[in-house]
Design a protein around this ligand. Sequence first.
Ligand SMILES: Nc1ncnc2c1ncn2[C@@H]1O[C@H](COP(=O)(O)OP(=O)(O)OP(=O)(O)O)[C@@H](O)[C@H]1O
Ligand SMILES: [Mg+2]
Length: 485
Amino acid sequence: MDFDGLAAALSRMDPVRQVGRVAVVEESILRVTGLSRHARLGDQVLLLTGDRRVAGEVMRIGDSDIMVMPYEDLQGVSRGDRVVLTGASDLAPDDSWIGRVIDPFGLPLDGAPIRPGGLARLLRAAPPDPAGREGLGARLETGMAVFNTMLPVARGQRIGLFAGSGVGKSSLIAHFARAIEADVVVIALIGERGRELRDFVQDVLGPEGMARTVVVAATSDRLPLVRRRCAQAAMTVAEHFRDRGCDVLLLADSMTRFAEAHREVATASGEIPSLRGYPPSTAHALMNLCERAGPAGPEQGAITAILSVLVAGSDMEEPVADILRGVLDGHVVLDRAIAERGRYPAIDLLRSVSRSLPGVATPDENETIAAVRQMLGTYEKSEILVRAGLYTEGANPELDRAVRAWPELDAFIAEAEANDTRNSFNRLRLILRRAGAGAPSQAQRGASRHGTGASQPAAQLPALPRARVPSGTLQEVLPPPDFAR
Ligand SMILES: Nc1ncnc2c1ncn2[C@@H]1O[C@H](COP(=O)(O)OP(=O)(O)OP(=O)(O)O)[C@@H](O)[C@H]1O
Ligand SMILES: [Mg+2]
C-alpha cells in the first residue's frame, strides 16, 4: 500500500466544504449563489450535476453571487445544482513525475497511475524575491553551434522563439528538449494538435529524452481555462524541481496560445479588449509567468526558459510578441524566407539577440561575435545586388569579404555541435580569416573558455529518483479526464 501517497492526500483534505447553488447557466459561465462570502478569486469549485462532476474556477465575486468558469463544457447543468468550494488552485508536483505526460491538473495522459507530491503549490505563485535572486549563470551547451557561440543561452535566461506558422518553432523546441544541458526538462504543450503531442513524446523525445522530462499538455480541444492553466502548471512543476536544487529547462510551445486562452477567459468574464483585441490583463499574465522563470536564490536551481511565440505575418509589433520581447532576456527570430530556401533552423541572426552577451562570453569571443555580425550586416545590405549579379568584385573590399564568408556562415548556423563551444568559435575565426577579415590571434584563441565558467556538474545536485517511463505506448490523447476522480 502507498502510505506516503495516502498521507499526502489526507493532509490536503479539507474537512469543511462550503456549498452553493447554480443560479444562472450561460454558454461558458455559471453564476452561483451562497458562496460569495467564502470564495476567493481563483479558487476552484466542483459542480455536482447528475452523475457528472465538473470542476471550475472562480472568476469574479459579487455581493450575492460568484461567477464561475468551468474546465469542461456545461452540457446538462441546470439551476439549483450544487457547487462545492474546493479551495485555491494548486498542484502538488512530485519527483516521480519525471518521465510522465500529464494534463494541467496533474492527471496522467500516458495511461499509468500517478502520485501527487506532499506539498501543494499555488498555480499562480509569486516570482522569487528580486533582492534575493542571483544573476544569469554560465553559458549552457545547446547542441547547436549557433546557439553556443552567437546566441548563447545562459543558465536562468529566458528566451523567446518568434516566428510565423510552420517556420520551425516546434522543431527547434524539440531539439532543445533533447540537447540543452539541464537536470530536468519541463515542457508545456499549450493548445497544440493532439497528434503533435503523440509524435513529440514517442518519436521526438523517445524514452531517452523522456528520462529527464515532464510533459504538461493541454491540446487545442480543451477549454481556454485549461489551456491557460497548462502554462501555469508547467511553471509550477518547474518551480518544484528548482526548489529541489535542480537546474530546470522549461520549454513552452506556444506562449501565443497561452495569451489567446487568457484573452478568451478574460473577455468571457467581462474584461473589455483593448490591446488590438487583447484585454489589458494579458500583459500582466504574460509578464508574471515569465518573471517566475529565471535564476532564484543561491540554494535553489534556476529555470532556463525557452518560449515559442507565433507572430502572424512576421509582425513583431503584434501585442503578444511586443510584450514578450520586452520582458525576455533574448529573442530568436525565425524567418520564413530562410526556411523556404531550406536552411534550418531558419534563424535570422541579425534580428536575433541574446541579452546574456557580452557577460557570458570572453572579450575575445565577443570580438568574434561582433565581427561576424558586422560581416552578415554588410552582406545583407547588398544581398539583392549580389544575388541579381549586379555587384562586381573589387568595388568594395568589405563587401567582397562578406560575400566570400557568407556561404560558410550560413552553413554554420545550421550546424549541430556536440559540446565543443571552443571549437565552434575557432571555426568562426577561421571563416573570418579565410574571407580576409581580421580575426583574433592564435594566442587569444588559446585563452578562450566557456564564458563565465562551466555550469554546475550534475553530481553536485541532489539525487532524484530514476525516471519512470510508463511501459507500453502512449495512449490516444484522452478526452478531458474527470477532475473529481
Ligand atoms: N530542422 C529542420 N529540418 C528540416 N525541416 C524542418 C526543420 N525544422 C522545421 N522543418 C520543416 O518545417 C515544418 C514546420 O516545422 P514546425 O512544426 O516546427 O513549425 P512551427 O513553427 O512549430 O509550426 P506551427 O506554427 O504550425 O506550430 C516541418 O514540418 C518541417 O517540414
Ligand atoms: Mg508548432
